[in-house]
Ligand binder design. Structure first.
Ligand SMILES: [Zn+2]
Length: 278
């Protein structure tokens, strides 16, 4: 099984087992009719677009529709033909056509928003006062009021931009100011911290933060917040003039980041993810 919509094969298999158990125990209805082509023949399956909702997003689907849907990234023609069959059968049955969820699926694999994340839980701040979990995403979280900051994985000829503030080498980024979009924030921070102008910004995920203890040092942060992660390209690398608290900047091959990042134990899984989606 491959990953789908940003959900790993592991997560997909787990959800499959949960669904099977629920069907066996009678807690969830056994799929009897394909939601797409309306067929009732043969073995029916369940399809999820969002595996974080094993039941709310479970669609009964026949094998032919299921297969065509999943292989559409490599065989869009087969999916197009299947959709024609679906439409024809629905017209014959006098069903609504035209605005169903499967009409809007794109033929590009996508990174999904908040998933059953396999990233490990981390703790940040003085006295581990904040619990942090990374989630792959290509859309902003549902509660955009609590976006606190933005980080950027900025590449120049395959090398990653790192900056060195007081805490040590890491990704550039910082707090979103009032009336500033996340993209504007990251562009500003990259100029301020590294004298690098960036473009082609793409959201790839966020850290969800949860305050465990209320301290003087974290009182400006919301109880629950989001720190966004983008990837971007360096468009123009200007001469470096150290200002603020950043004393150095550099572009480094990704395999050398481990030698220098101030907290590589926690950063490693993020770096691997960045490389995988780039
Ligand atoms: Zn079908």
């Amino acid at each position: 099984m491959n990953s789908y919509n940003g959900f790993s094969s592991n997560v997909r298999a787990k959800v499959g087992n949960i669904q099977l158990k629920a069907i066996k125990s009678g807690k969830f209805p056994k799929p009897a009719q394909c939601e797409l082509c309306l067929s009732t023949d043969g073995q029916m399956q369940l399809h999820n677009e969002d595996y974080s909702k094993p039941f709310a997003d479970a669609h009964p689907i026949c094998r032919a529709c299921h297969l065509a849907l999943h292989i559409r990234f490599t065989n869009p023609d087969r999916w197009r033909k299947r959709k024609a069959v679906i439409k024809e059968r629905r017209i014959v049955a006098g069903e609504e056509i035209g605005s169903n969820w499967w009409d809007h699926l794109i033929n590009q694999p996508i990174v999904m928003h908040e998933s059953l994340s396999e990233f490990k839980k981390n703790y940040w701040g003085e006295d581990n006062s904040t619990e942090v979990m990374f989630h792959p995403a290509n859309t902003l979280p549902n509660n955009p009021d609590n976006l606190t900051s933005v980080m950027g994985a900025v590449f120049n000829d395959g090398n990653l931009l790192l900056t060195k503030p007081i805490r040590g080498w890491g990704l550039p980024g910082g707090h979103i100011e009032e009336n500033e979009s996340p993209e504007e924030c990251l562009k500003r921070e990259c100029i301020e911290e590294a004298d690098v102008e960036i473009g082609n910004l793409k959201l790839i995920g966020y850290w969800k933060t949860k305050k465990l203890k209320k301290l003087e040092s974290n009182k400006k942060y919301p109880d629950e917040g989001y720190q966004l992660l983008y990837i971007a390209d360096a468009i123009k690398v200007n001469d470096f003039v150290p200002i603020h608290e950043v004393s150095e900047r550099m572009f480094i091959p990704t395999q050398e980041v481990r030698n220098i990042h101030h907290n590589y134990d926690n950063f490693e899984e993020i770096l691997k993810y960045v490389i995988s989606v780039r």
